[in-house]
Ligand binder design. Structure first.
Ligand code: GLU
Length: 371
């Protein structure tokens, strides 16, 4: 695999709290962040979609609020996040604006990436921002996420976001330049691993067991993130973020660990739609729609003749003609609403339903046709 970052069309960069926040001085590492913004602008100017998953809200907020060091209670970290997130988002917006790039803040909770209905909404908004060439700056919504329903670490959050929006590369910037056979700080024989083709139990063991996990966002959550990313067709890199212009350093072949996937986001998504979900209903399409689907189009309400099943928006449904099954897809409407708009042109949707729904019954990105 070449290290040429220009081959990637959609890249998620995850930046950890320790890189962003200078705890001793109680502020963000502005110069470092400005240099990273240069790297981002470079990638963006080459045409890639760039997303940032930025930690630092809690670390920043606790300094501002003068909270003592050591573990925080949940309400304390939620309060700290509320304070820190404002500064964090404003700073990202400023450093990117310096390069003429618009930033958009997205705060997500676990449910936004795990429940299909909410996931589809989060995905649609994020894709719209990318289409408008903005750089989404994403963090967990720590202020409302409670312990049972939160990620807690942005490594796995970043991996879920990356697969959700079909990124082909995720870069985790850390305070270490990749995965080692053992912790390099304590083991002089530890060897750096440049490429992981498959995450085996041996690789997981190198990242340390649960007992050795002292901080959130350690090597263990990074390898967990690697599993999520590679299963979704996204390559992942763990790289040292401590130098200035860390992305440039990776692009120039700086030491890091690549987690490679044999798949790609489009194929992984189609496999997921085609196989992993239990279909909740059936859409019968007419001949015109059948031809359009095979030409790569989305399925519009006008092309659906009738429906079966009590499906909900975001559920998997079977798409078929009267004579044969064509494939599967994630439907954009609940069955009751779908029944009211089938056979009708999309411009009538708002009048028929009383709200402006999606133009497509099943978007082509949410569809897997059988060959
Ligand atoms: N979401 C947390 C924050 O912004 C960071 C989680 C992590 O350290 O991975 O402070």
């Amino acid at each position: 695999m070449s290290t040429d970052l220009r081959q990637f069309r959609r890249v998620v960069l995850k930046v950890g709290s320790s890189l962003l926040v200078d705890r001793a001085r109680g502020r963000l590492n502005h110069a470092w962040l400005a240099a990273l913004a240069e790297d981002i602008a470079d990638l963006h100017a080459k045409g890639a979609d760039v997303l940032v998953v930025s930690s630092g809200a809690i670390a920043m907020g606790r300094t501002v609020l003068g909270l003592p060091s050591g573990p925080l209670r949940l309400e304390e970290s939620q309060a700290a996040a509320a304070v820190g997130q404002i500064t964090l988002a404003r700073t990202w917006s400023e450093v990117l604006a310096h390069h003429g790039i618009t930033a958009g803040q997205i705060l997500v909770t676990l449910a936004d990436t795990e429940q299909r209905r909410r996931y589809l909404n989060a995905r649609a908004t994020t894709l719209k921002l990318l289409e408008m060439r903005a750089v989404p700056v994403i963090n967990e919504n720590d202020t409302v996420a409670t312990s049972e329903i939160r990620y807690g670490d942005n490594d796995r959050l970043a991996a879920r976001v990356a697969t959700m929006i079909g990124a082909d590369l995720l870069v985790l910037f850390s305070d270490i330049d990749g995965l080692y056979t053992a912790p390099p700080a304590s083991d002089p024989n530890a060897e750096h691993i440049p490429v992981v083709d498959r995450i085996t139990p041996a690789i997981e063991a190198m990242a340390g067991g649960a007992a050795s996990e002292l901080s959130r966002g350690g090597m263990r959550t990074k390898v967990e993130a690697g599993k999520i990313a590679t299963a979704g067709g996204t390559h992942m890199i763990i790289a040292d973020g401590r130098t200035k212009n860390p992305l440039k350093r990776v692009a120039e072949g700086g030491r890091c660990t690549w987690f490679l996937t044999p798949s790609n986001p489009a194929t992984a998504r189609k496999t997921w739609i085609a196989g992993a979900l239990e279909p909740r209903g059936t859409l019968y399409v007419d001949e015109g729609a059948e031809r359009a689907l095979h030409g790569g189009a989305s399925l519009l309400p006008v092309g659906v003749r009738r429906i079966e099943g009590a499906f909900r928006r975001g559920d998997a449904v079977i798409i078929r003609s009267e004579s044969r099954v064509l494939g599967r897809g994630l439907v954009a409407y609940d069955a009751e609403d779908a029944a009211r708009i089938i056979g009708r042109p999309s411009r009538e949707i708002e009048r028929l339903l009383g709200y402006p729904g999606r133009t497509e019954m099943v978007h082509r990105d949410d569809m897997a046709l059988s060959d």
